[in-house]
Design a protein around this ligand. Structure first.
Ligand SMILES: Nc1ncnc2c1ncn2[C@@H]1O[C@H](COP(=O)(O)OP(=O)(O)OP(=O)(O)O)[C@@H](O)[C@H]1O
Ligand SMILES: [Mg+2]
Length: 267
């Protein structure tokens, strides 16, 4: 049964190029296949490329919705794989999100999505920035994407530390992309606990898979037509696990405190 309030998942990373957009797109496809109403929101302002990955010509752009030049409904494009996309511009300035008017407009726009969608997946800019953190704060769950490369892990740790200094209530889960190292979770979580006294949840791993690079090159997302692609299989499992853990946390908290804001944070 569809929920009355959309769940927002933000995709972030310390290092660029680790697979945020690829994961956001494919997780949106999985949720759509499971009958959920899904919006992909490209908040990688200035470097937006979800429409390129999905091979569509967007009907509108987030910036123009925020600037009230077009309506939310006009701006949304349906992807061939099913989810809706609110694309963004390339070459725009990030200062679009600075200032209280812009923040309020953004909050109002996101608020209007609750009635229409079960999930809103937000692809944010790489690295540590106020813009990325602002989106995370507006979301129920932050998915911190990394690879197993030492440079990526260093930046992932830095991102987590920065986020926790700013807002300890953020519900952060790490996704390790392009790896199937079973020891990585334990090492990273132990490092965070040792150095910071707290650690993110570990969502899981997605293996390196040449079919991903092929799908990007051909602008055609993986799907049930490529069911044996190891990355697709892993992304399906990851998405279902995240849905389940979100539901368990929600049920647990709702039974304690039905209208608490902390309910939102755990999803
Ligand atoms: N599991 C995977 N297996 C093989 N290649 C992958 C995998 N995940 C991502 N890639 C490759 O990495 C590239 C970068 O992925 P993507 O654009 O999703 O990263 P990003 O984090 O969104 O980057 P940016 O920070 O620039 O927004 C993809 O084009 C693809 O070729
Ligand atoms: Mg990206």
């Amino acid at each position: 049964m569809p929920s009355k309030r959309a769940l927002f998942w933000a995709f972030v990373s310390g290092k660029g190029g680790v697979g945020k957009s690829m994961l956001a797109l494919h997780m949106a496809c999985v949720l759509h296949l499971e009958g959920r109403r899904v919006l992909l929101l490209d908040a990688d302002l200035g470097l937006a490329n979800l429409h390129v990955l999905a091979n569509v010509d967007p009907k509108g752009r987030l910036e123009r919705v925020l600037g009230r030049a077009e309506s939310l409904e006009q701006a949304i494009t349906t992807l061939p794989c099913g989810p809706h996309l609110l694309a963004a511009d390339n070459g725009q300035s990030l200062c679009l999100l600075s200032g209280s008017d812009a923040a309020e407009e953004l909050a109002a726009t996101l608020g209007r999505l609750h009635a229409t969608y079960d999930y809103v997946l937000v692809d944010t800019p790489r690295g540590i920035s106020d813009a990325a953190l602002r989106f995370c704060r507006a979301c129920d769950r932050t998915l911190l994407v990394t690879t197993a490369e030492p440079t990526a892990l260093t930046n992932t740790y830095a991102w987590y530390k920065f986020a926790m200094l700013e807002d300890r209530t953020l519900a952060v889960s790490v996704i390790a992309n392009e790896t199937d190292d079973p020891q990585l979770a334990q090492r990273f979580v132990a490092l965070c606990e040792r150095s910071l006294g707290l650690a993110p949840a570990w969502a899981g791993e997605v293996p390196r898979d040449p079919q991903v690079a092929h799908s990007v090159a051909h602008q055609k997302p993986l799907s049930e037509a490529t069911p044996l692609a190891p990355a697709w299989v892993a992304i399906k499992k990851l998405t279902r696990d995240l849905q389940r853990s979100g539901k368990a946390a929600r049920d647990r908290e709702q039974s304690i405190m039905p209208s608490s804001r902390s309910t939102d944070r755990a999803r």
